[in-house]
Design a protein around this ligand. Structure first.
Ligand code: ATP
Length: 248
């Protein structure tokens, strides 16, 4: 059976402040049911790519000046982020962005704001999120600002799940977290992918971990895709080993 392409980014160029060319023609596909990794070092353009997709560049004075972005075959470039959420695409930003003064549970409930299917379903989904993240259930009444970095990352993913997304754009989930927590979070991402059918586009500097959990990877360097392939192949590629996995 043919795999459906959910997200199709075709040759996009992004310019900040009308002069700084940051993405120089990036193309990538996110298939339904996959975990697709967007890899590359600091400043390669991963965050910019995700923000271009979810239309979050404007507040940074950034603009897509070339190329196209389609979701399920429809152009989404001019949608605002809330409309994109309605279509099933949500971004979890780097640095977590939970509301510090709200409790974990209140944070999760803010993720359901675009839903129109009633309180009962929202309550069911809260239980679903707590099923995947038992730590959040334990900390449900704590102010998010007082929880750990790992719990805040879980809260951010949990909140995204409350919108019942088809695709999550996940920016650097490993950032600042101890290796064991990174494993735990990636394990949950994998479960969500396999059991709930959520598709992921995952931006990561941690190539090693990302390629163990993803199905396919794109490697960005200075705003260009320099290599892409099945995760298993990239893991065995000599250049990837030398430059990104620290082995040679
Ligand atoms: P990181 O892991 O640091 O987020 P990244 O691969 O996600 O890296 P981007 O954040 O997309 O990279 O940044 C790509 C380039 O664009 C960098 O050179 C950065 O300095 C530049 N850049 C990012 N945001 C802006 C902005 N608002 N204005 C001007 N330049 C920017």
């Amino acid at each position: 059976a043919q795999v459906e392409t959910l997200l199709e980014v075709n040759n996009i160029e992004v310019i900040y402040n009308s002069v700084i060319l940051v993405l120089k023609g990036v193309s990538l596909n996110v298939p339904r049911g996959g975990i697709t990794a967007l890899l590359g070092g600091n400043g390669a353009g991963k965050t910019t790519t995700l923000k271009a997709i979810s239309n979050l560049l404007k507040s940074e004075r950034g603009e897509v000046t070339k190329g196209s972005i389609a979701y399920r075959g429809e152009r989404v470039q001019d949608l605002n982020p809330a409309d994109l959420v309605q279509r099933g695409v949500i971004q979890v930003m780097e640095g977590r962005h939970c509301f510090e003064h709200l409790t974990i549970e209140e944070n999760l409930l803010t993720g359901a704001y675009t839903r129109r299917d009633g309180k009962r379903k929202v309550a069911d989904d809260l239980e679903l999120v707590y099923g995947y993240f038992p730590r959040l259930k334990e900390r449900r009444g704590s102010q998010a600002g007082y929880t750990s970095g790992g719990e805040q990352q879980m809260c951010a993913i949990g909140r995204a799940l409350m919108s019942r997304p088809e695709t999550i754009l996940l920016d650097e989930p490993s950032m600042g977290l101890a290796p064991q927590l990174v494993e735990e979070i990636f394990g949950i991402v994998k479960d969500l992918n396999e059991r709930e059918g959520v598709s992921f586009l995952l931006a990561e500097q941690n190539t090693n971990v990302a390629l163990r959990f993803a199905h396919y990877g794109y490697i960005l360097e200075s705003g260009r895709v320099v290599m892409d392939g099945a995760a298993a192949d990239l893991r065995e590629n000599p250049d990837v080993k030398e430059f990104y996995l620290g082995m040679s």
